[in-house]
Structure formats: C-alpha cells, structure tokens
Ligand binder design. Structure first.
Ligand code: CTP
Ligand code: MG
Length: 402
C-alpha cells in the first residue's frame, strides 16, 4: 500500500466557496452524497494516505462552526489532529493562499485539492506527490475525449485539434518553495488563476501531468450530484432486508406458495391467500426499505385484503420501492416444509416472484428444506419461510427538469 518512495507532503483543501453554480441554500461542499457531506468524503480520501502529513481546510468565516461539527461527526480524534481549519478568502486563490500560510515551511511538497472533488484516488494523490518530488510541480489531468469546437455565440467557428488538450483536475501541487513562490508572484503581479498550474505557469515553473480519472470530477452543478450519487452507490446505498413468516395447514384451503397452486390435501390458513413464501419476501423488502412490516401495510383486519393474492401485495410493495427510488438486486428464500415436495414447482415460483419484482428469475433464488421431522414444520403442522433481499438505488430520479 505504501508509496515505495514514501514521499510525504501536506494538502490544502479549499472549501470556502459559495457554490453559486450549484445553487441551493448551502455551499455544495456541505451537501450529502449517500449520507456523507462532500467535504468529509474529500478529506477522507487524503486521511487514507499516510504520506499526507497535514490537511489544511480554508473555510468561509461563517462556516467554521459547520466544519467543526462535520469533523467531529465524521473523523476520529487522531484524524482530526491531522486537520487544520483556517479562514479562506473571496476567491479560490485567496483561500489557497490562506491555507499555504498555515503549512510549516519544512513540508517538502504541498498539494492543493478542491473540497468539492470527493472521488480522488490514493494512487493519483501518491503519483502527484512523486511527480512533485521528481519534477518540481505536477497536476492531475485527463485527456479530452470529445471533439472540441470554438464558437462565436452558437455559431461554430472551427474545430480545435484535441490531441494535446487535457482537462486539469486536482490535486495540483509543487515543492513547497515553488508553490509559495508562484503564489507570491501572482499576488505581486495581480495575476489571478483558477488553478495552481496557472500560477506556476505564470512563474515560469514547468508543470508535469499525472493521469487523473473521469471519476475525479468536481461537483459543480446539480447534475453532478446525480453522478456523484451513482458513483458512491457501491456499498453505501445498498440495503439488506430479512423476512420470516409461518402459516398453519388447514383443510379446505388451497396451498399457494410463490403464486403457484400446489396440489395437496391441505392449504394454509390466513387472511390473504396465506402465501408464506411471498410474505417472507415482502417482509424482507419492507425491511430493506426501512418501511416496517407486512402487517403495517396490509392489516389482517382489513376486509380489502381478505383472500387477496399475495403476489398483488408484492406488486404493491414494489410500487412503494419505485416511489423510494429503490430496486431489488436479488433475493434468497428458504421454504421450510416437510411435505409436499416443492422441487417441481420452484421454477414457476421464481418466475412469478421475479415478474412481480421486475427482476430476472436468476436473481430470485428459492430453496426448500425439511427439518427432518423436527419442530412444527417437521410434524407437518405448517410451512415457514425465510427471505433475505438486497436492494439498491434505482438510478437518477426523474425530477421533471430535464
Ligand atoms: N473555493 C474556496 N474559496 C473561494 C472559492 C472557492 O475555497 N473563495 C473552493 C470551493 O469551495 C471548491 C474549490 O475551491 O472546493 C473549487 O471551486 P469551485 O468549484 O468554483 O467552487 P465554488 O466557487 O464554491 O462554486 P461556484 O464557482 O459555482 O460558485
Ligand atoms: Mg468558483
């Protein structure tokens, strides 16, 4: 994991902007992505790299309280000791300068990374450190992949050769004395740039490129939040749920499991069609959604649910999932039943449940087991079922603005 050369350095993470392009009533760096504020995600990326010895965060004067609360909520005491909060300025450049002033002069390399760029990898951070040591100054950047047009208003003027074009990202940095020199010179000349490289270029300092990543994008406009949520989807937005149900055998009732009517001399007792298997799945889905249980949604004293097909209830639960912008990823269900033999019906059950859940049958696993004549299922008094499901985000919400 460790960088072989073990080059160390500090990072300034400017977070004093107001996020005008994002809009809304709080600066974008405090907006949550999968429950964690963007700034906390960004800081976390640097805390995960031991070669980063210090992190300085310039923030707007009226956001000191917000940032202090954020640091205590998301980082351990030891991590917080690596972080210094300072007051930023009216422009990104002024904020970074305020950050530089808080870094001891003996720190060999100083990186700067936007507070609103939460998906930078440890590899990119380390490569920037190494390139700064080897060449003086470096930035992360990605090659331009679209064809680039120059236009006058909406009128295309010409196509620009993109072969030598890169989009600058952050981290950007340099050996401490070079970066301080570039900032000093910019201040003296009244030169303003939107990144460190502009200032280094202004000072005549050569800057090396480190391959960045499309994932290392800056959250700037509302659409970027959709991308950010999708990227952080991984584990953060997954939800697991568990369901259990059992029903007693009763004569004169049909035996319905997973929507399949199974030939047997006994059926299951219940207010609905007593489809134990589907009920366990419904409870697992409601569990994953944090939405209570089947009894809360379909009370057994409510006449509208008398003898109702449980597959219809499952469809209603999936409609609730859609409302919550969630989809089912997969389910694993175990039916506990001494008899009848269920194996011949399992494919049809899978197909029924998968259709209701709008998922491919392969994602709905159904197993049946006996309990070797033990317990209530073993004595043939009834049937039980356990289900676990995984649910995830359905993707971007249709906000109606696109
Ligand atoms: N930044 C800063 N101080 C400023 C302006 C910007 O520390 N006076 C920080 C932002 O908080 C952000 C990074 O610099 O983390 C990159 O700037 P940008 O994406 O432009 O953020 P904002 O300036 O907040 O957004 P906008 O330009 O849309 O207002
Ligand atoms: Mg800005």
């Amino acid at each position: 994991m460790q960088n072989r050369n073990n080059h160390t350095g500090a990072v300034v993470i400017p977070a004093a902007g107001s996020g005008t392009r994002m809009g809304g009533n709080q600066p974008k760096q405090f907006l949550p992505v999968s429950g964690t504020p963007i700034l906390a995600l960004t800081i976390g990326r640097f805390l995960a790299v031991p070669e980063i010895t210090g992190i300085v965060v310039p923030v707007a004067p009226d956001h000191h309280g917000t940032v202090t609360r954020l640091l205590t909520a998301f980082f351990s005491g030891a991590d917080q000791q690596r972080i210094t909060v300072v007051t930023g300025g009216a422009t990104r450049q002024e904020s970074v300068l305020a950050g530089l002033e808080a870094i001891p002069v003996d720190i060999p390399v100083i990186l700067v990374h936007d507070g609103a760029r939460p998906f930078v990898s440890a590899t990119i951070i380390r490569q920037c450190l190494c390139e700064c040591v080897a060449h003086g100054a470096a930035i992360a950047a990605v090659r331009v992949s679209d064809t680039i047009k120059e236009a006058a208003g909406k009128e295309v003027r010409r196509t620009i050769d993109r072969r030598n074009l890169w989009r600058a990202q952050t981290p950007q940095g340099a050996k401490g004395e070079l970066l301080r020199h570039a900032y000093g010179l910019a201040e003296r000349d009244g030169f303003t740039g939107t990144d460190e490289a502009s200032l280094l270029e202004h000072a005549g300092i050569p800057v090396r490129i480190v391959e960045g990543s499309e994932q290392n994008f800056k959250i700037t406009r509302p659409d970027d939040l959709v991308l950010a949520a999708a990227l952080s989807t991984g584990v953060a937005q997954m939800r697991v749920g568990h369901g259990f149900d059992a029903h007693k055998f009763k004569s004169g009732r049909k035996l319905i499991l997973g929507g399949v009517t199974i030939p047997h001399d006994l059926g299951l007792e219940g207010h609905s069609d007593a489809d134990t298997l589907t009920h366990a799945l419904i409870d697992a889905l409601l569990g994953a959604m944090g939405a209570g249980d089947i009894g809360r949604h379909f009370p057994d004293h409510d006449e509208q649910f008398r003898n109702i097909r449980s597959l219809t209830l499952l469809e209603k639960v999936m409609a609730l999932a859609t409302e919550k912008n969630m989809v089912m990823v997969n389910a694993d269900i175990t039916i506990i039943c001494q008899y009848p033999k269920l194996a011949p019906h399992i494919d049809e059950m899978r197909a029924n449940l998968a259709r209701a859940c709008r998922i491919e049958p392969g994602a709905v696993n159904i197993k049946a087991t006996t309990t070797e004549m033990m317990g209530f299922t073993g004595r043939g008094e009834g049937i039980a079922a356990h289900a676990v499901v995984l649910m995830g985000p359905a993707g971007p919400k249709n906000t109606g603005t696109a």
